[in-house]
Design a protein around this ligand. Sequence first.
Ligand SMILES: [Zn+2]
Length: 305
Amino acid sequence: MLTKREFLKLFTAAGLAIGLPSIVRAQTAATLSLGNAKLHVINDGFMQLPMGFVYGSAPQAERDALLIQNGLALDAVSPPCNVTVLETDEGLIVFDVGGGTNFLSSLGGFFDAFIEAGFDPERVTDVVFTHAHPDHLWGIIDDFDEVIFPEAKMHIARSEFDFWMDKNTISKMNPERQSFAVGAKNRLGELADRFSFFEFGDEILGGIEAVDTSGHTIGHTSFVVHGGDQPTMILGDALTHPIISFEKPNWPTGSDHDMDQGIATRLKLLDRLSHDQMRVIGYHLTNNGVGRVEQSGTAFRFVGS
Ligand SMILES: [Zn+2]
């Protein structure tokens, strides 16, 4: 049976042999320069989450007023999913990989877009995970049951890996989230040999710093990519909503594993990001996730750039 890679090679070769008109290459959603390197953002699709699940504990009148003021729906949150690819002379490093085709039908576009943009999966040296939720992890295995990046080493916080691999985690989850735990354990277990584990604060790869942004999950990590004059923080799910996470960081977020820790992490992070004026890429933020944090009175604002 053909592997997906062989299939793609064959498909591409056949296209060239019969002289098909050259297809317009998919654009990456955003490309940023970082010294001699480049950061590409590639969209995986979007999710739709009930408002009551995400912000059910927020004061409703105030929540609705804020959403209306910003022209947003009241009943659901529909975040995009933004995968980041760091391109250097040495190869490609990918941060999270999208949800693949087995989680939600509105996700799973990342890998095709990656190929269409002209990137070679075999050039990916490392895959770095912010955490092991399905929209970030499940895409690592394709429909052929193969790892999409055959040569890549994988990296995740030790505490995140241990949490999902613990035999008691599945039974302790709410029933509606047990499939998250089963899916994480299966994939992390299957790929265990490829993983290296880091602690918060480590430099995990040259110029890439692991920042403790736990709360959303036990070992949730954001990453500062240093180099050039615009260090950039890849946030993962530390700040997920382009309005509420910034203007009301102290509202509990139902998608956080530890809601109090999630609040403490947001407050600390917003303080640092606004002070440093550091560029960010948020996995679920608008403007392809790219922007900065500004302080605005006692609150903060996400400013796309
Ligand atoms: Zn997410």
